[in-house]
Write a protein that binds this ligand. Sequence first.
Ligand code: NDP
Ligand code: HSE
Length: 438
Amino acid sequence: MNDVSPGSPDRVRIGLLGCGHVGAALASLVAERRAEVARRQGLDLEVTRIAVRNTAIDRDVPVDDGAFTTDAASVVADPDVDVVVEVMGGIEPARELVMAALSAGKPVVTANKELLANHGAELYALAADNGVDLLFEAAVAGAIPIMRPLRESLAGEPIERVMGIVNGTTNFILSRMSDDGASYADALSEAQSLGYAERDPTADVEGYDAGAKAAIMATVAFGARVVAGDVYHEGISGISVADIEFAADLKHCIKLLAVAEQTVADDGQSQVGVRVHPTLVPLDHPLASVNGSFNAVFIEGGAAGDLMLYGRGAGGRPTASAVLGDLIDAAANLRRGSAPGIGVLERARIAPIDDVTSAYYLNLEVDDRPGVLAAVATVFGEHGVSIRSMEQEGLGGEARLVFITHGARERDLRATLTDLRSLDAVRAVGSVLRVIGD
Ligand code: NDP
Ligand code: HSE
């Protein structure tokens, strides 16, 4: 254990729920930073209890073996635990444990986006009722400070849209496929071995993890309650190397984006659209340069203009850094008896995906003969979908037509696709992907 400064810092005993990638990194970081935190913040942080599933695993953390237990509830209830850190993941028993801690007046720090995206509102309310913190910086975009800027620095900003690359695993996979020609399967197993992936990587590759983060970002950015079930999502498992190459020919890359935006519905009321999908990003957009497991969140504000926060979005130690920041904040607030809370949250009115407007990329395989292009263009026009660019590539008797549209409503694009599929000259409709930048 490191020495702390002699100015009698306040002792803060931490109960850790989970000691996997994030929990183990946090236990080490707390020990490494202990003396400095005591000197600067007057807080003597120490992990005193740790709950795990299997106490027989040898864990390389600077905490006594006697601190470990499989009884997570006893960690929360322990009178020698002042602050609870939940890094076990999943909904149950994490939800019950967090509720027990808050009800007992203990601040909670969590990295668990799944829990917050499904049960955040009840937990924030319980924290407020008990006058303690529930902090969750690490739950969105790992080490990147995004929750606190949205809650504090941008509290008065009329935020219009928040767009992020918020899943390290999928960004790592897409980068490896694009830069090194790696197969999807190889890139995924590499991401798992580096500790980026969720226990079930389906959550990453099918967009559920990013969807949970999008719900949390929308809730905090717009002060409106959005839950995981409100988020439209498509994953990256259908993206091929050919799609990545077509995108590159058009000077775009493909990223899994989480988008949360506030728009005005046809009846004049404000609504929130939240979605996750693979997206063509122009190579000159700041998000195009975010590669590997890095994440970034791009905020479009009515007064501040555009902002981007960039950094490591996954991995034990980067995530532990965000948890430690919250831990210090929670401990300082506990000492001064304050807990700012998340503020009033009204249930968001969710924009149906059919109403969402986006530009689209689509490619068609068609017969290569006179009149085909005109017939195809007519279908776009009939549904009010305006073509921004078109390229044709010969395929010997057939042709591939690659279109990028101007902004179009999802429902109009879907109707266009239905009619295109019914044209005799259209052999196949390939990938259809949204495009940002229009
Ligand atoms: P791991 O699977 O590596 O670790 C989970 C830990 O929780 C393990 O120590 C496990 O015990 C313990 N645990 C699970 N269930 C129980 C239970 N019922 N009782 C007691 N202990 C339990 O997960 P990560 O560290 O990767 O992630 C933790 C959380 O952080 C998740 O919510 C995740 O979404 C989030 N997160 C993760 C990031 C990352 O890059 N990994 C980044 C940002 C957030 P045992 O070791 O015995 O199995
Ligand atoms: N599995 C997540 C990711 C961890 O890949 O981004 C961070 O939340």
